[in-house]
Design a protein. Structure first.
Length: 129
């Protein structure tokens, strides 16, 4: 295995782990990390690439995004509500100005991502949100 493939493989696992953690940590983006992991594995390990595409996490977070090219408005609103709730609890638990500045920057970044960078698509029939 070449050095390039080893680096891509390692980065693929890092992105996959970050994406998986992002399911539980609202300010960590799940879909972009999983998309990147899929790309990295496609260029480093066909076996792991096939495996990641068969996982539930891929089918739930990446496949709908790849098929539609965006996120339905209801899902965006849920993401923001959960993220802001967690950030609000963090701000309340740690009353330090630098924490509030960081959380404010993250909040603005999420708003930018949700309403400027990531297209809003209509939800499919039978899909929640």
């Amino acid at each position: 295995m070449s050095i390039k493939r080893v680096v891509l493989f390692a980065l693929g696992w890092l992105c996959f782990i970050l994406g998986a953690v992002g399911i539980f940590v609202p300010v960590l983006p799940t879909t972009p990390f999983l998309l990147l992991a899929t790309f990295l594995f496609a260029n480093s390990s066909p076996r792991i690439h096939a495996w990641i595409q068969s996982t539930g996490i891929y089918k739930r977070y990446v496949l709908p995004f790849k098929e539609s090219g965006g996120i339905p408005l209801g899902q965006k609103v849920r993401i923001l509500i959960i993220s802001f709730a967690v950030m609000g609890l963090s701000a309340w638990a740690v009353p330090k100005i630098y924490v509030w500045i960081i959380l404010g920057a993250v909040a603005l970044w999420l708003i930018y991502l949700m309403f400027v960078r990531i297209p809003t698509v209509p939800r499919k029939n039978g899909e929640k949100g």
